[in-house]
Write a protein that binds this ligand. Structure first.
Ligand SMILES: Cc1cc2nc3c(=O)[nH]c(=O)nc-3n(C[C@H](O)[C@H](O)[C@H](O)COP(=O)(O)O)c2cc1C
Length: 191
């Protein structure tokens, strides 16, 4: 069977974002795993405009080259790790926009969430993201990793997570890989 492919989706596009440090640590942790191929998907590289498709994504009729390119990228993955900061108690607009662009490409796939924020580890963004993923038929796993800007980063904003964070991450990834494999079978039947 072909190896599973899991995207690490960086939800922040802001210059100077902490997302780079979080995703960097994540990718370092992922080199220890052989259960899937993990790949960064940086929304900043895709530079999607605010949704400009005339038809809702559920129709699957894409007019714009940037939508087709985004569709092709997302369709190739079996599962997603969303790395999201909390912006005004939700996910960044760039991540919501990127999710809104597509429909079938997300569906019957698994997701895990790594969040971060100023005071509650980005927990409100993570919960909001779960609501959105439900509509997109994405199965989000129970365990999460939630970093706090003033605990997991030092005074110079260098990422310095406690060792137990690594255990939390691998627990989440174990759940993710298990559901991703199960949903691969579901997709094979559904299509
Ligand atoms: C527009 C904006 C809104 C924010 N709102 C919240 C918030 O509601 N709750 C919170 O805990 N942190 C909030 N923060 C703090 C961010 O979560 C924190 O700065 C984080 O580092 C941003 O991620 P980034 O650096 O990868 O862009 C906000 C930051 C920005 C830029």
């Amino acid at each position: 069977m072909e190896r599973m492919k899991i995207a690490v989706v960086m939800g922040s596009t802001r210059p100077g974002r902490l997302a780079d440090a979080v995703a960097g640590w994540l990718m370092e942790q992922l080199t220890r795993r052989e259960d899937a191929e993990y790949e960064i998907v940086d929304l900043a590289d895709h530079a999607l405009p605010l949704l400009d498709e005339p038809m809702p994504a559920i129709m699957g009729e894409y007019r714009n080259p940037h939508t087709r390119a985004w569709s092709e990228r997302v369709a190739g993955f079996d599962a997603f790790v969303f790395v999201t900061p909390e912006y005004n108690r939700s996910i960044p607009a760039a991540l919501k926009n990127a999710l809104d662009y597509l429909y079938a490409e997300w569906g019957d796939k698994a997701a895990g969430i790594v969040s971060y924020g100023a005071d509650a580890g980005g927990a409100r963004a993570a919960e909001h993201l779960r609501q959105i993923l439900g509509e997109l038929r994405v199965a989000d796993v129970r365990s999460t990793v939630a970093f706090n800007k003033y605990v997991d980063f030092d005074a110079e904003h260098r990422f310095a997570p406690a060792p137990y964070r690594s255990d939390e991450l691998h627990l989440m990834l174990d759940q993710l890989v298990s559901w991703a494999a199960a949903l691969r079978a579901t997709r094979a039947v559904a299509r």
